[in-house]
Design a protein around this ligand. Structure first.
Ligand code: CAA
Length: 309
């Protein structure tokens, strides 16, 4: 039974992990007026998260302001970007003190590495110290939500909030609920997603939910197609953009999501369903990861990306 108030909104939100997804989630949550804590393992990671979020916010504010005010001077744009970015950044607290953050949060979203043991370890450590009313949500893209809920004593207050990359731009959030999820928690999660300006879809706990169940096999098959010598990486991307109307081709998408993330998902699914050919690992993907060429965040994936200033 959910121990929270039916109408309560999440006053304090915490995001565990300030990487590509966690940072993006914190950004959109803070942009909607919520107080957010980002918990990282050390000060360097906190600083990196702060820099990335601030950079992404500046990009969003610059584009919006320039579009709305095409005659604005460079100084006016810069002043607007600076004020708006620091206003949102002031709502984000970066911390390495997970215990203190957990004790005061109403919603904890984890966006740590896509590894069930790591996630379960985190939930086990947070469950006894978080507020009894606190709702736990995993941003997993491929792992069982039920398996994570099972390591806590709050499986009625546990769900999935699956955001998409880049979080600042992608409108969708898949809300994954379990049979035992309290109906009030479902409502709270749906309201929260709407309040942060995203569109919710409800989904049950199944491999890849909706989007990744379709996208991951598609990206893997694109890599197999290149391995078979059917076409180049570049031509496959052009084909899917111009022939299927996708905003980016599968290889640019892999680079954007992180080729390491695609590999983690594929390996986990293949381990669970080795007989399913859709989930067979692909050498081209494995080789990229082995070389450290995991996509945009590494400066190189299927394509090369200029270093961020
Ligand atoms: N942060 C902030 N702003 C961003 C941004 C980011 N990361 N990326 C794009 N923008 C904004 C900026 O305002 C940018 O303008 P500037 O370049 O002038 O700063 C504006 O969007 C336009 O961006 P682009 O010109 O680079 O590109 P675009 O018009 O093609 O739009 C896109 C970018 C929305 C990402 C679009 O390419 C797209 O929809 N791509 C598909 C993404 C997708 O499928 N994501 C799902 C991945 S699967 C997943 O995430 C699941 C998982 O769990 C693995």
């Amino acid at each position: 039974m959910f121990r929270g108030c039916r109408t309560a909104r999440f006053a304090k939100v915490a995001v565990w992990g300030g990487g590509t997804m966690g940072g993006g989630i914190a950004q959109v949550v803070a942009s909607s007026g919520y107080a957010v804590s980002v918990v990282e393992v050390n000060a360097d990671r906190c600083n990196a998260a702060q820099k990335n979020i601030s950079g992404s916010l500046s990009r969003v504010f610059k584009k919006k302001f320039e579009t709305a005010n095409p005659k604005a001077t460079a100084d006016e744009v810069a002043a607007h970007v600076k004020t708006s970015t620091s206003d949102v950044m002031s709502k984000i607290n970066f911390s390495t003190d997970g215990a203190a953050v957990a004790a005061t949060s109403d919603l904890i979203i984890e966006a740590v590495v896509e590894n069930l043991e790591v996630k379960n370890q985190l939930w086990k450590s947070l469950d006894p110290i978080a507020k009894p009313t606190c709702v736990f949500a995993t941003n997993t893209s491929s792992l069982s939500v039920a398996a994570q809920a099972a390591v806590t004593k709050r499986s009625t207050q546990f769900g999935g909030l699956h955001f998409f990359s880049p979080v600042a731009m992608m409108k969708l959030v898949e809300i994954v609920t379990l049979d035992q999820t309290d109906p009030n928690v479902k409502t709270q999660l749906r309201d929260f997603v709407t309040k942060i300006g995203k569109a919710p879809v409800m989904c049950s706990d199944t491999k890849g939910f909706i989007v990744n169940r379709l996208l991951v096999p598609y990206m893997l098959e694109a890599a197999r197609l290149v391995e078979r010598g059917v076409a180049t990486v570049e031509d496959v991307d052009v084909a899917m953009k111009l022939g299927a109307g996708h905003p980016m081709g599968p290889f640019t998408l892999c680079d954007s999501v992180g080729i390491d993330v695609i590999k983690l998902i594929t390996d986990a699914w293949h381990k669970e369903e080795p007989q399913n050919p859709l989930f067979n690992p692909v050498k081209l993907i494995d080789d990229k990861v082995a070389a450290g060429h995991v996509g945009m965040k590494a400066g190189e994936g299927f394509y090369k990306y200029p270093a961020k200033k």
